[in-house]
Design a protein around this ligand. Structure first.
Ligand code: FES
Length: 156
């Protein structure tokens, strides 16, 4: 049984109101919503794929690309906001050439905007694959990204 079949069997006779919970489960299992998954969910619920996309893109919890090797979670909680997390996020987006919810073409980095990471004393904070980086300034991102690129190259 495929992952999707396993999920669908838990929603017998499901209709449109099951769309969000099903998409959440698919993303939990597969890490993102692939084109094939979106089509399959639509077929199961009797909805066109365009409708499924329309709903899923409305919620920023859903992603349509796999996470990067380094998933950079940018905290946008209140403490981090006050300490300049928006500037950090904008600088990160510019440096990587992607938006929040996207992954770089080389699959190395993805950006995810999250609520309070529980490390407000370190604001503004990033969490990269579970490791916290605090007291960040937009200008310190270049060094951080280059360290990660070197690490990835060394472990390729
Ligand atoms: S607000 Fe960012 S860690 Fe709490």
């Amino acid at each position: 049984m495929t992952d999707l079949q396993f999920i669908f069997q838990r929603y017998p006779g499901a209709k449109r109101d099951a769309l969000i919970p099903i998409l959440q489960e698919v993303q939990d299992v597969q890490g993102y919503l692939s084109r094939d998954s979106v089509i399959a969910v639509g077929q199961y619920l009797g909805l066109p794929a365009s409708k499924v996309y329309g709903v899923a893109t409305f919620y920023n919890q859903f992603r349509f690309q796999p996470l990067g090797r380094y998933n950079i979670q940018v905290c946008r909680g209140t403490a981090c906001h006050v300490k300049g997390s928006l500037g950090v996020l904008e600088s990160l987006k510019r440096s990587l050439g992607i938006d929040a919810g996207q992954t770089t073409r080389d699959g190395l980095f993805s950006i995810e905007v999250v609520a309070c990471l529980g490390a407000c004393g370190l604001a503004p904070v990033l969490c990269i694959n579970g490791e916290f980086h605090g007291n960040l300034k937009p200008e310190s991102l270049g060094k951080l990204l280059s360290t990660l690129r070197k690490e990835a190259a060394a472990n390729a």
